[in-house]
Write a new protein. Structure first.
Lengths: 639, 255
């Protein structure tokens, strides 16, 4: 496996424009002769499919949901960053770039991150032109708010439903192209394998989730936009159907998996209430603009929060980080919540929660203003917990939210398999070891609207693509592989439910590959995951049949993949003997408990090459060294 | 830990689109108030799988936070159950008491054929959007986002209509199985914004006609749709849709 990042030379601010100038084009009348498969219809996949179809390519789009409009990007709440500097508070492209690379604890590629900041402004223009109803000021112009890890207000938002509104914009752009006949849409189809023929990605194999039919699809290039792998932890803020299967099967076909251990734990989620719990609900980080995080100063103080006087409260973020206060980056906020709970100051029935208090904000701005900003989040909280956050503080706790790792891609967002492009959360590209709030929407749309439509043309113009059809042996092999995997799952006929295996895996991951990690714990996790995987293949019970709608069967396939990925995540976390961003190794902390990097030895992207799985997962490590030409590496400080 | 209680369920089971269906009885003894409605069904399915006599109940779900629009259950005859402005996935068992019987059926409509058990085919909604539910703007051709100011109240109202999650409760609740609230909401979102104005007439006619083609009925102002809409979308959208449609289609305007 060769890792060539293909970053253009020259000054940082000129790289992308220079690259665009050098890029080869496909003539308009020729584009219709090229088929492109796009897997996933979230912000990255939806925007890529729409933009590629507008350019004239024949696009085949696939999603597992019953409609392209339901991809999990829809659940993003808070907002999307852009360096518009509309508030005139000194924002620039450089500042957005710098905040992002610093927020990622200097573990991302300078060139990609800078490009993301450059493109950010165009995304806002595009979305507004599509009719996305962003929040506005009384003067009729767009409103902004601030988010963690930044000292400017650069976040555009549509109440607490920014992801929904941006996704519907992309979905509608897609539907326009379906109407024009440029996109062939396949809903309720799950990608089960990548077809690599002649060394190039040439198609996919899917399962029709209604009929169970295994189907083959050919193209000149494949765009994978299948999202992240947070559900390896079972409980996360991801949708129930979010999974790693499409990406993992690409990995097993040779695509490098980069930085799998970089997992973002979001600080503001509703705490776990019981065993039956199926997912965790995020309360947008935007709440930290107005909410104050605290715990009782005395351990085991079981007074009602409203009865605890000011002097008995510990506003730990404000005290420890006076410059950023409640708006420290997510990894810092999550870690500190864990620390105060570990010290016994946690609240609620489980002691695994902290308060997020709006009393001061309501007194200052009035209930109406707070309701306009966060109304739907407050309702959601009340619905789930039965408590009213206008009257008493919310209880929150960190939960797995986003995965910065993903398939390795070069500057063109192409993986090491020619013709396989990877967009959005599914790639590892822009966020380093920690993603700042309101940057996921920005990255998904940047990849899909403004990067892949150009770089894919450059690939197609140059690639020598053989004439084959879906009867090619590579298709036969992939289709048989997919079918055999399904038959194997159904044939175990054991005693233990798919969900039990998933929950057990999640517990291992949360305890040992979660907020803080240690050599000993990670080694233990690897042993436990191997044993669980062995037990899975001996004792899983998958009900129903292959040739029918069968959600348990879908989930079984996904859990089987999480059981392999989980080991790689632990392996990657173990090998990275430093702390960086979200990856906190207990052995490597500053005196204040912050992540302590080791730039001498670990300033690289770890890309893993799949070698087989036989009891143990076999993976080979490849390194892409990160060179910092334009920023100076520093210890992050939010004090 | 909260006390557990018992719930009786009558659930619609149907093997496939052309197969007969029926209500089947189940009892769950270990329900607690903090469970969501769908978590209660997860627990039921685990019980069914453990017993091994029949296949688990199929139902659609994804985000489980009330925004993706996947979940769609008719609960005791009411789309998304008893709580106003609440999706099935956001409904919690604290709304029920020990010994209650709950009837669970799919969202029924000619435009939503059953696929299996509680799962229906809502692709008609995609085709209505396909007909015109967008602003025809190519990637990369947009002017600066602040070049066209939009009155805050107009933007806020557009947002209120744009919050539709496409779940189909409006259709399921309507005695005519009309998709007017769904269609009207998208029209009311796009038609009132300056960005959507140029295509207003064409969009309105195309989407209304597609809605008819899909076999959804007409609106007779029952307002059941508004009552069950988990996002609280106002039926004013329907009046607005009709006004625009009449103006565009019947007044002989070019569309």
């Amino acid at each position: 496996m060769k890792l060539d990042s293909k970053v253009p030379s020259g000054p940082l601010e000129d790289k992308w424009s220079k690259h665009l100038k050098d890029i080869k084009l496909v003539a308009p009348n020729n584009k219709r002769n090229h088929d492109i498969i796009v897997v996933g219809t979230g912000l990255a996949g939806g925007s890529a499919a729409a933009s590629l179809a507008e350019l004239g390519y024949n696009v085949k789009s696939f999603c597992i949901q019953d409609s392209a409009r339901r991809a999990h990007s829809i659940a993003a709440q808070g907002g999307i960053n852009a360096a518009k500097n509309y508030p005139n508070d000194g924002d620039t492209i450089w500042r957005l770039f710098y905040d992002t690379i610093k927020g990622g604890d200097y573990r991302s590629r300078e060139s990609n991150t800078y490009r993301l900041a450059q493109i950010s402004n165009e995304i806002i223009d595009q979305a507004v032109a599509q009719g996305v109803p962003f929040a506005r000021e009384y003067g009729g112009l767009l409103a902004n708010r601030s988010f963690g890890g930044a000292q400017v207000s650069r976040t555009f938002y549509a109440r607490g439903q920014t992801g929904q509104q941006l996704l519907l914009g992309a979905y509608q752009a897609m539907m326009r192209q379906v109407h024009e006949g440029n996109i062939e849409m396949h809903t309720r189809h799950e990608m089960l394998d990548l077809v690599v023929a002649g060394g190039k990605a040439r198609g996919i194999v899917t399962r029709d989730l209604v009929s169970g039919e295994i189907r083959r699809w050919m193209a000149d290039a494949v765009v994978l936009a299948s999202g992240g792998y947070g559900n390896a932890f079972y409980l996360s803020t991801n949708a129930k159907n979010s999974n790693v299967t499409a990406a993992w099967r690409c990995h097993k076909r040779g695509a490098g998996f980069a930085n799998p251990c970089y997992v973002q734990i979001h600080p503001t989620c509703i705490p776990v209430s019981g065993d039956y719990q199926s997912k965790l609900t995020l309360m947008s980080e935007s709440l930290r603009n107005d909410g104050r995080v605290w715990v009782p100063e005395k351990k085991g103080d079981d007074r009602h929060p409203n009865d605890i006087p000011e002097e008995d409260r510990y506003y730990y973020l404000e005290e420890k980080y006076p410059a950023f206060g409640n708006l420290v980056p997510r990894d810092v906020a999550s870690r500190n919540a864990k620390i105060v709970c570990d010290e016994g100051m946690g609240v609620g029935p489980t002691g695994r929660a902290v308060y997020l208090d709006f009393a001061d904000a309501i007194e200052r701005d009035g209930r109406k203003t707070i309701s306009e900003k966060y109304g739907n989040l407050f309702e959601m909280y009340e619905n789930i917990t039965g408590d009213n956050p206008y009257e008493e503080p919310m209880r929150i706790f960190p939960a797995v939210h986003y995965t910065m790792g993903g398939l390795w891609v070069d500057y063109n967002l192409m993986s090491n398999i020619p013709g396989l492009f990877v967009a959005g959360e599914a790639n590892f590209s822009d966020h380093g070891a920690n993603r700042l709030g309101a940057s996921a929407l920005m990255q998904g749309l940047s990849d899909g609207y403004f990067i892949i439509p150009y770089t894919i043309g450059n690939y197609i113009a140059d690639a020598d693509i053989d004439e084959i059809d879906t009867g090619h042996e590579a298709f036969d092999e992939a289709a048989e592989n997919a079918q055999q995997h399904i038959d194997k799952l159904l044939s175990v006929k054991g005693d233990k439910s798919v969900i039990d295996f998933h929950r057990e895996l999640g517990q291992i991951m949360w305890d040992k590959v979660g907020i803080s990690r240690s050599e000993e714990g990670l080694k233990q996790a690897i042993r436990e995951i191997r044993a669980l995987r062995k037990e899975f293949w001996e004792n899983v019970r998958v009900p129903g049949e292959a040739s029918n709608f069968n959600k348990y069967l879908e989930f079984a396939g996904r859990v089987a993949d999480f059981l392999e990925l989980g080991e790689l995540m632990a392996e990657d976390a173990l090998h990275r003997d430093e702390s960086a961003g979200c990856h906190l190794r207990k052995e490597h902390q500053t005196e204040e408990g912050e992540a302590l990097r080791n730039d001498e030895e670990y300033a690289y992207v770890a890309a893993w090459e799949f070698k087989g799985v036989n009891g143990e997962l076999q993976e080979k490590l490849h390194k892409e060294n990160l060179e910092f030409e334009f920023v100076e590496l520093k210890q992050r400080s939010y004090k | 830990m909260a006390d557990t209680f018992t719930i009786h369920l009558k659930i619609w089971r149907q093997d496939g689109p052309d197969k007969p269906g029926k209500l089947v009885d189940y009892t769950l003894d270990n329900v607690n108030e903090h469970m969501s409605f769908l978590e209660m069904l997860d627990v039921l399915n685990e019980q069914i799988v453990a017993e091994g006599r029949e296949e688990p109940v199929e139902f659609d779900y994804d985000c489980r936070e009330g925004i993706c629009g996947s979940c769609n259950l008719m609960i005791n005859g009411r789309a998304h159950g008893p709580k106003a402005m609440t999706c099935t996935c956001q409904l919690h068992m604290r709304n029920y008491s020990d010994g209650d019987t709950i009837v669970i059926e799919p969202f029924r409509a000619k435009g939503f054929p059953v696929i299996k058990d509680l799962i229906v085919d809502r692709s008609a909604f995609d085709r209505i959007i396909e007909a015109g539910g967008y602003v025809s703007v190519k990637t990369g051709s947009a002017p600066d986002a602040n070049s066209i100011p939009v009155d805050k109240s107009v933007a806020d109202t557009a947002f209120d209509y744009a919050t539709c999650i496409g779940c189909g409760a409006c259709v399921a609740a309507c005695p005519n199985s009309s998709a007017s609230l769904f269609t009207g909401a998208k029209l009311a979102h796009l038609n009132r914004l300056p960005q959507g104005e140029p295509e207003r007439k064409r969009r309105t006619v195309a989407m209304v006609e597609q809605m008819d083609k899909e076999g959804f009925g007409d609106c007779s102002n029952y307002a059941e749709c508004e009552a069950v809409c988990p996002k609280g979308i106002s039926i004013s959208a329907i009046a607005e849709m009709r006004r625009n449609y009449v103006k565009a289609a019947l007044a002989g305007d070019e569309v």
